[in-house]
Design a protein around this ligand. Structure first.
Ligand code: DC
Length: 219
């Protein structure tokens, strides 16, 4: 069983995908973490991330793999677990920019497809239902309004004792949506056969249950 969950940043994909994978005893595959690991390589090695050719020329020095420890995915860059350092703003930016390069996407495609071939997976990303797993048994397009996504992010910052500007958060989300949806290669879009789930007015438990119902119908 392959479950593809695509959608814009901040829609709750990873939270929901993790919960669904746990309930079904499937493997959760976070493809964004793989793009982030490649971003880390570029940053550590001072590769100009605006220069597609420069990025492409070092790709054969990069090996990304994943492993699971106590049910949690760890992403390895050339054998080193980089999971603790992939969630910074700098890495988000590098991943967002370089994931638009065809050569970078190609590098990760076969790894993602192999994982889905060998395991029951819940895989989340931007192009899973459209490009990576076009034959996935279940495809979900998970979204939420910009306002709701900005508010979720605001609360995450608040919990860390920070007070971000809500209007700026909205602007960042709009910019990221635009970049993800308008890039040339594998842009974010709803697959024709994906079920649209808008989580704006739903709890995590409600969204999870809704997706579990869709999976159980297919079993
Ligand atoms: O989901 P995330 O924020 O961790 O993803 C990091 C970046 O990688 C994001 O800018 C979009 C990109 N990405 C992608 O292009 N395709 C995927 N399947 C997953 C992520």
């Amino acid at each position: 069983m392959n479950v593809a969950i695509d959608g814009p940043a901040g829609a709750g994909k990873s939270t929901i995908a993790k919960a669904v994978a746990e309930a079904m005893n499937y493997i959760y595959v976070d493809t964004g973490a793989m793009y982030r690991a490649i971003g880390v390589f570029f940053l550590i090695n001072s590769v100009d991330i605006d220069d597609e050719e420069a990025c492409k020329s070092v790709l054969d020095r990069i090996m990304v793999s994943i492993r699971y420890r106590q049910g949690l995915q760890e992403v390895l860059l050339n054998g080193v677990n980089v999971s603790p350092i992939i969630r910074t703003e700098e890495v988000s930016h590098a991943a967002s920019l370089t994931s638009s390069y065809a050569s970078v996407r190609e590098k990760l495609l076969s790894l993602q497809q192999k994982l889905a071939e060998e395991n029951d997976v819940v895989m989340d990303g931007r192009d899973i239902g459209t490009v990576v797993l076009p034959n996935a048994e279940v495809k979900i397009y998970l979204t939420a309004s910009v306002e709701v996504r900005a508010m979720r992010r605001f609360k995450e910052y608040e919990a860390k004792g920070l007070k971000p500007d809500i209007e700026q958060l909205k602007e960042e989300i709009r910019e990221r949506d635009f970049r993800d949806m308008n890039r040339e290669h594998a842009p974010l879009k709803q697959a024709e056969d994906a079920v649209l789930v808008d989580s704006s007015d739903l709890t995590i438990a409600e969204v999870t249950e809704c997706i579990l119902d869709i999976i159980r119908e297919k079993l």
